[in-house]
Design a protein. Structure first.
Length: 216
């Protein structure tokens, strides 16, 4: 059993990475082999619309042919039993690095058949973890759910299943006194990090346990 997590945040020890690590800890507690990959460490770009992954009888059908750092990531996921993508939400969407990754990662496996079919070699567990500065009520008001639903539906189509975890109203800065952010109450932010974020960590841990123990 192997589980790969992909961190789409530029931070390696903050909210998103923490939740991804908790999910991997849950999987490891059940004997799974785990790996966390930081996208910001890699050299790659987004889809270039070459359509080599869609060319009839082409040598790259179903596979992205771009020879950059994502090639080894795709290989690792294909060899895994579960994948978890994590990203903070920037302006209502995942980070640019995660968006570029998802374009390349998911498009290669999405066949232009009618109905659409998956070219991924097997069914695996798939998870999405989001962290964001807004409250749950604000996320609904701003329409974040539509973006999340599109991502989850695409993951479900490719891998056979998908689930999401959202962590709201996260602690954004080490020291709020050093930034211009009067709209936020540092004490309330700190209290939420102390009281609510551990529950999100437990939910992420439980996701890892399920992925390591339940069949797809």
């Amino acid at each position: 059993m192997k589980i790969v997590a992909i961190n789409g945040s530029p931070r390696k020890t903050w909210n998103t990475a923490t939740l991804l690590n908790k999910a991997l800890e849950g999987a490891a507690s059940q004997g799974a082999e785990t790996e966390l990959i930081h996208l910001y460490d890699l050299n790659y770009k987004g889809c270039i619309s070459c359509f080599a992954c869609k060319t009839k009888d082409g040598k790259s059908y179903g596979r992205c042919p771009i020879p950059d750092d994502l090639a080894q990531v795709f290989q690792k996921v294909e060899e895994s039993d579960a994948v978890i993508l994590g990203s903070p939400i920037y302006l209502g969407r995942v980070t640019g690095e995660m968006a570029a990754f998802m374009d390349r990662f998911l498009f290669q496996y999405s066949a232009y058949t009618n109905p659409p079919q998956s070219l991924f070699p097997k069914k695996i567990h798939a998870g999405l973890i989001y962290t964001m500065n807004v409250t749950e009520e604000q996320a609904k008001e701003y329409g974040y759910g539509q973006h999340f639903m599109i991502n989850e539906n695409m993951m479900h189509r490719i891998f056979g299943n998908a689930e999401s975890l959202s962590s709201f109203d996260t602690y954004q800065f080490n020291d709020y006194s050093k930034v211009v952010a009067p709209r936020f109450d540092p004490e309330k932010k700190a209290l939420r990090r102390e009281e609510v974020f551990p529950k999100d960590c437990k939910t992420a841990f439980d996701m890892g346990v399920r992925f390591a123990t339940e069949s797809v």
